[in-house]
Design a protein around this ligand. Structure first.
Ligand SMILES: [Zn+2]
Length: 107
């Protein structure tokens, strides 16, 4: 399974390379075929914002539900939530959305 480069139209990106290409606001990664930079489109930005809102709400719930004696458990849960949201964003970029040209271009 490969993803099409928006510049040359070749199926040049593997899911892992696509995930590592970053978001629309990043510099992107060069295409293995034509060398022009590509990044993930708007879909990954929408998904990232949904995930970060959910993570924020969960962290707030944990923050207010746990008292001082449960500080270790609540810290561990918060770290898990942040890790899970990072993994979800990464998996989304691997398997969903299209590659596009980055806004920021190399000079
Ligand atoms: Zn290309």
């Amino acid at each position: 399974m490969k993803y099409i480069c928006p510049h040359c139209g070749e199926k040049a990106f593997s899911p892992l390379q696509k995930a590592l290409a970053g978001s629309y606001r990043s510099m992107g990664k060069p295409c293995p075929n034509c060398g022009k930079r590509c990044c993930n489109g708007m879909a990954s930005i929408y998904f990232d914002s949904i995930v970060s809102v959910i993570a924020f709400v969960l962290i707030m719930i944990i923050y207010f539900q746990f008292d001082a004696s449960q500080k270790t458990q609540s810290s561990i849960l918060i770290v898990i939530i942040i890790a899970v949201s990072f993994v979800l964003s990464f998996l989304f970029r691997m398997f969903f959305g299209k590659l596009v040209e980055p806004i920021r271009r190399m000079q």
